[in-house]
Structures are given as structure tokens and as C-alpha cells.
Design a protein around this ligand. Structure first.
Ligand code: M6R
Length: 609
């Protein structure tokens, strides 16, 4: 989603802004721009598409030499992804970059239009530049103008605002969307996350919701939503200054799939004692699962599917009732939550707007708050009572892969911990399950040995109009995750179904043109899944069977391709079956020539609802 950088520096700032924008590319964007304060006024340069377009514009237009400026990568919400709609937006002296959505912009725009304002863009963001400019023209100072405008805005936002004629002033504000201050030596910065700020400084202050800040090179003044001066902590960010690169891989997604044995291993090492073969959350746990009568899991997208897998584990092993909901639904459906329940949110970025809103809803309703998060300095981390980190490292590919398996790792350990605490699992079972988890990295590596075969299968899937994924039990969410991966990066329509649900409707879609990916672990549901496979094969579907069974007696059903994975304890089957479905999607997309790491229309971090 959109990215913000602002720099009050001592050296020419144009390329420094671009460098930080480059670090924000992973969030997904469709245009970019910068505005730089110069003696003669502010120079604004914008371009549609990737940063290379903006770089060419900067080179071709005599590079700005000013030392303060703002930059933005835009993921279009209001108005198409054109140069005209790219940020920064301007009105008079005011230049602004914005993340989020101004929900009452139409009303505000109508009022300004009635007063004679002329708008250059279709965006909601431009209205804010006009409002601040309007307040300035009535004699307000920049800080008073911003304060008065913030109180009139509805929706979610993070801003960085530059004022022509004052090259030592930057004002930032946040409500809903994240914004951080970077503290330098005689320089100060604003950034939408610590990754953008990392090459500039490791001293960071995260603004709280409703905060706004007035920066000069030598000073930082923070105000809360009541315009009262407040002080916020300075922390030392762990965000790496290194640009994460693709290593020997063609895409970040390929690298991140390949990293899974390592990062699952690192994550596991945090939560299990391998010498004793038991889970170990140390002193972290602020509550006792014996006092928890219900677990509410909320998340979006891939993280939601991790939550769905966890439901099977918590219910089966810990006998704890679990409700899993898509955060965008949960936040508005006024779910009754009894006191003392545990709310668990799952998020790679820790900034997903709907997941954050779900967390806050649960907080208001007296729940214990736990979060499984990959970015430790994110808003969700900061607002949760218990943060269970995943150690996936930066995930750059928009399609989530390694974050998912690390989420599963934490959730599996937590389910075992809950089961042991509630007395629903004996020590021997814990040892068996922890032993199985410790084998996940090795089994994943074995699956990679068969990657070239999966590539061949993917080429056969690549031409399809629709693809169906079937799974049962704990692998039903893996079927949905497989379908999500395929549609996200190859743009092929795909759906994941519970195999038993097939004959209640979806089987009508099956014909010779539809590949059906059947996820069939050799567990207690295996025979039933194979029966469902026969039903689709009998109707001509091209079956791609993924299984750890040695022999599949398919009763004559014709299987187009079989992807064999190593036999393992069925507890860890979601970890292993998700790897071939990730690879299938990846190779189909590569074969089709799509933009694998930054697929169309998608953003890495969805900070608007
Ligand atoms: O950062 P989060 O885990 O909260 O993100 C949730 C979803 O937006 C994310 O999983 C999305 O569905 C991915 N593109 C899936 O590949």
C-alpha cells in the first residue's frame, strides 16, 4: 500500500527520497512522486508506474538540489493510477503526501469547490492540501492550519506536509495509518515504516493514533489529537539497513519459498525446547488457558487461513472452542464476546487496517489480546498484550509464503501449550508433536528436490480458465491458500473447497477444462478425499494429486499428475502440503510472465479498509 518518506536533510534530498521509496516498493504501488524545496519554490516530479519512471523524470528534468522534501509511492484508491493522480498533491504553498482514505472528502471537496477551489486530481488526498492552503490564506500558521484541518477529517490517514518557502519545516500526522519519526544528527525524517527510515537512522519514534508532529532539522514537537504537547518514546529499530535482495533467485517469492526450512526452524527454536521435546513459552504468557473459555481469531487473507488451520489444532488438542473470522467482517458484526476470552490476531505486517480494528474491538470488549506478528515494531505488536513473533524476516513478495508457515509454527506451539495447560494432552503426545514439528524443515527440503516436476505440472495448469483446489480437515484451509496464491500471482480464477462440499454445488463447474488440485494426506480422511477425487475425475477433470501416500488406489480415476511429498506425522501436513501449492502457483505465474512479486492491483500491507 502507499509509502511515505519525508526528509529535512543537509544534502540534496531527491535521490535520498528515491532510495527510501525503493525500500517501500514491497508494499505495492502504481505511481510515485517527490517534492523538493528549492530556493525558487518547490519542485514536484511524479510518474506513473514503477520507480524507474520517476528516476527517468528526475534525470531528465535537471535534478532538484534542495535538501528537504517528501516522497510517496501510491496505491490507487480514489482516481486511476496516473501521473496526474500521483502524490505529492499541491495547493498554493502546501505539498502533501497521504496514505489512507479521507472518507468525507466528497463533502469537503464540494465546500471548497463552492468557494472557488480548482482541483487537479481525482484523489481524496488533494482536498487536504486545499484545506490547509485555505487556512493559511486566512492567516493561520502552518501548524495551526494543520491542526484545524485534522479535526475536520474522517477516515484513516498518515500525512507528510511540506510548505513552499520554508525549507526547515515538515508536518506529519497519523490516524489509522502508521507513521514514524526518524531522529538524525541535525536532520529529521518521517516514514511510513522503519524500513523506509533504516538507511537514515535507527532512532525512531512511532506516532500514536491521533498524533501529529512538527519537525525542523533541530526539533521535534509531538501533539495528541487534542492538540496537547505529548512525549513519545524513542526506540532503536531493528529494521535492517541492507536492501533485502533476491540472492540467486529470480523473484523474492521464490527466495521466500526456499527460505521456509530456515525461518520455520528459527521460529520453532523460539517456542520449543528441543532437548526436552516440549513447547516452551518461557515467561511470556500473561494468562492461563484454563481460564479461557473461547478463542477468537481474526486476520485477513493468508493470515486468516493460518487461523483456520489453528482452529483445527486448538479444538482437537486443547478442546478449546475457536471462532475464526475475516477481520473486515468481524469488526462490524458486533460479535458478543464474554469476559476473559482470548482474542488472537494474525498478521505478517502488523499494520493491516481491518485486523487492527478487530484487535481494538476485542480490547474494548475485555478480551486478552495476543498477536502473531512478523514485524515487531508494527502497530498491532505495540497494541497487543502478548506478541508472539514469527521469525520469517522481511517478506517482500506480495504473495505471502514464509510468513504463513512461520505463523503455522507459532500457532502449532501455542495449541500444544494450551492443550498441556488445560490437561487435554499428555506428555508423550506433546513429545510426538514437537518431534514432528522439528522435522518440518527437513521434509520441506525434500519437497524442493521435486521442484522441477512441480514446474512441469504448473505449465499444464497455466492455460486454465478456472482451477479448483480440494482439501479436507486441517488441509481445507491449505486448499483455499493454494487457490489464493494462484489467483494472486497468475490471475487464473481459482477456488478452494472442502472436498466434502463438492457435491453441494461446485461440482457443476467441473469439465475437461478444469484442473482440480487434490490435497490428500494419508490421514484418517484420506479415503474420503480420494472418493471426492474420483467424482471429479469421472467428470473429466484434470486431476493434480498432491499426496504423501505411497499407493493411491483411485478406483480407475485418471490422475493427470501426482506430486509426491514425504510421509510424515499428519499433524504437520499443512506445513508440507502448502509448499507444493506455493510452488505450483509460482511456476504457473512465471510461465505466464506475470509480475510475480508485485502482482497487479495488490499491495503488501493493506493499511486501508
Ligand atoms: O500483513 P497481513 O498478514 O495482515 O496481511 C494479510 C493479507 O493482506 C495478506 O495475507 C494477503 O492476503 C497476501 N497477499 C496473501 O498472499
Amino acid at each position: 500500500m502507499c509509502g511515505i518518506i519525508g526528509i529535512l536533510g543537509n544534502d540534496p534530498v531527491a535521490w535520498r527520497l528515491v532510495d527510501s521509496l525503493r525500500r517501500l516498493e514491497y508494499r505495492g504501488y502504481d505511481s510515485a512522486g517527490i517534492a523538493v524545496s528549492e530556493k525558487a519554490g518547490v519542485r514536484r516530479i511524479r510518474a506513473q508506474g514503477k520507480l524507474s519512471g520517476l528516476e527517468s523524470e528526475i534525470r531528465n528534468n535537471s535534478e532538484p538540489k534542495g535538501t528537504s522534501g517528501i516522497g510517496h509511492t501510491r496505491w490507487a484508491t480514489h482516481g486511476g493510477p496516473t501521473t496526474r493522480n500521483a502524490h505529492p498533491h499541491k495547493s498554493g504553498r502546501v505539498y502533501i503526501v497521504h496514505n489512507g482514505i479521507i472518507e468525507n472528502f466528497k463533502l469537503l471537496k464540494d465546500k471548497l469547490t463552492a468557494k472557488g477551489a480548482e482541483f487537479q486530481t481525482d484523489t481524496d488526498s488533494e482536498v487536504v492540501a486545499h484545506m490547509i492552503d485555505d487556512a493559511l490564506s486566512q492567516g493561520a500558521s502552518p501548524r495551526d492550519a494543520v491542526a484545524s484541518v485534522l479535526s475536520k477529517l474522517e477516515g484513516a490517514f498518515a500525512f507528510a506536509i511540506l510548505f513552499a518557502g520554508d525549507d526547515d519545516l515538515l508536518i506529519g500526522a497519523r490516524r489509522g495509518s502508521p507513521l514514524a519519526i526518524g531522529h538524525g544528527e541535525g536532520e529529521n525524517y518521517l516514514g511510513s515504516d522503519a524500513i523506509a527510515l533504516a538507511p537514515l537512522t535507527n532512532k525512531v519514534t512511532y506516532l500514536e493514533d491521533g498524533d501529529w508532529v512538527v519537525l525542523t532539522r533541530q526539533s521535534v514537537e509531538i501533539f495528541n489529537e487534542d492538540n496537547q504537547p505529548v512525549s513519545r518514546d524513542v526506540s532503536f529499530t531493528q529494521a535492517t539497513t541492507m536492501m533485502v535482495d533476491k540472492g540467486r533467485h529470480k523473484h523474492f517469492m521464490a527466495k521466500e519459498i526456499a527460505e521456509q526450512p530456515d525461518v520455520v526452524g528459527h521460529t520453532l527454536a523460539e517456542y520449543v525446547d528441543l532437548a526436552e521435546m516440549k513447547v516452551d513459552f518461557g515467561e511470556r504468557m500473561p494468562f492461563d488457558f484454563n481460564n479461557i473459555n473461547r478463542l477468537t481469531i481474526t486476520a485477513c487473507g493468508t493470515a486468516f487461513y493460518a487461523g483456520q488451520v489453528a482452529k483445527y489444532w486448538f479444538e482437537k488438542y486443547a478442546r478449546l472452542p475457536v471462532e475464526v473470522d475475516i477481520a473486515s467482517e468481524f469488526r462490524y458484526r458486533e460479535a458478543p464476546l464474554s469476559d476473559g476470552g482470548l482474542a488472537l490476531v494474525i498478521s505478517q505486517s502488523g499494520e493491516t487496517a481491518d485486523t487492527l480494528a478487530a484487535l481494538r474491538y476485542c480490547k474494548q470488549h475485555g478480551q486478552h489480546l495476543a498477536a502473531v506478528v512478523n514485524v515487531p515494531e508494527s502497530t498491532i505488536s505495540r497494541e497487543s498484550d502478548l506478541v508472539l513473533r514469527t521469525y520469517a524476516g522481511p517478506e517482500i513478495g506480495v504473495a505471502s509464503t514464509k510468513a504463513f508457515t512461520c505463523q503455522l509454527t507459532v500457532l502449532a506451539c501455542l495449541a500444544i501449550h494450551a492443550a498441556r495447560q488445560r490437561g487435554t494432552m499428555d506428555e508423550a503426545t506433546e513429545r510426538r508433536l514437537v518431534g514432528a514439528l522439528s522435522e518440518v524443515p527437513r521434509h520441506m527440503n525434500t519437497i524442493f528436490d521435486g521442484e522441477s516436476h512441480i514446474d512441469q505440472v504448473a505449465r499444464q495448469v497455466a492455460g486454465a480458465r478456472d482451477v479448483m483446489y480440494l482439501g479436507r480437515g486441517v488441509n481445507f484451509p491449505i486448499a483455499m491458500e493454494g487457490a489464493l496464491k494462484l489467483k494472486e500471482i497468475s490471475y487464473i480464477h481459482a477456488e478452494g473447497y472442502a472436498a466434502g462440499e463438492l457435491k453441494h454445488g461446485p461440482i457443476a463447474l467441473i469439465d475437461e477444462e478444469v484442473p482440480v488440485v487434490v490435497i490428500a494426506p494419508k490421514d484418517e480422511l484420506f479415503d474420503k478425499t480420494v472418493s471426492n477425487m474420483e467424482e471429479v475425475a469421472a467428470r473429466g477433470a484434470k486431476v493434480v494429486l498432491i499426496t504423501d501416500a505411497k499407493d493411491v488406489h483411485s478406483g480407475g480415476a485418471s490422475v493427470l499428475e501426482t506430486i509426491n511429498i514425504p510421509a510424515a506425522d499428519s499433524f504437520i501436513s499443512p506445513f508440507l502440503f502448502c509448499v507444493p501449492v506455493q510452488l505450483l502457483a509460482y511456476h504457473a505465474a512465471v510461465f505466464m510472465g506475470t509480475d510475480v512479486d508485485q502482482p497487479r492491483n495488490l499491495a503488501k500491507s493493506v493499511t486501508v479498509e
